[in-house]
Design a protein. Structure first.
Length: 132
């Protein structure tokens, strides 16, 4: 099939600020592993990240912008961390390379502050994977 722009006068242009979304999210089915809340958080962080994947937003701002509760935000963040898409040390987020497997030196252990609720399902899933 030959493709052509439907609205040629409104073609997208690469913006001056740094930002990208990899097609591999869909092609390699990464997106299929995520809830819509995790997808929204990931897309937001991809959009606002600098060239190193770094950004920082306070939880109330993220919850408001993404229409998430604090618990939903925490679950979304934990899902992205568990899958190796994201590193987090309050208040700093780092979007990670998709092809990079989670490493022990990635600050995953410090991604949850002592006063944050813990997603017990994710904890048991990680434990189960370690036992396999």
């Amino acid at each position: 099939m030959h493709k052509h722009p439907i609205a040629p006068a409104q073609l997208r242009r690469v913006p001056q600020q740094f930002s990208w979304v990899e097609q591999r999210l869909v092609r390699e089915r990464y997106i299929d592993e995520l809830s819509h809340q995790a997808c929204a958080l990931y897309l937001f962080l991809l959009t606002v990240a600098d060239a190193q994947g770094l950004s920082y937003y306070a939880e109330p701002s993220l919850c408001q912008r993404l229409a998430l509760t604090a618990a939903e935000l925490h679950q979304a963040r934990q899902a992205l961390i568990t899958r190796g898409f994201l590193a987090y040390q309050r208040p700093l987020y780092q979007v990670l390379a998709l092809d990079a497997a989670p490493h022990e030196d990635t600050p995953r252990a410090t991604s949850v502050a002592a006063d944050d609720p813990v997603d017990i399902k994710a904890v048991f899933a990680r434990l189960w994977e370690g036992l396999r």
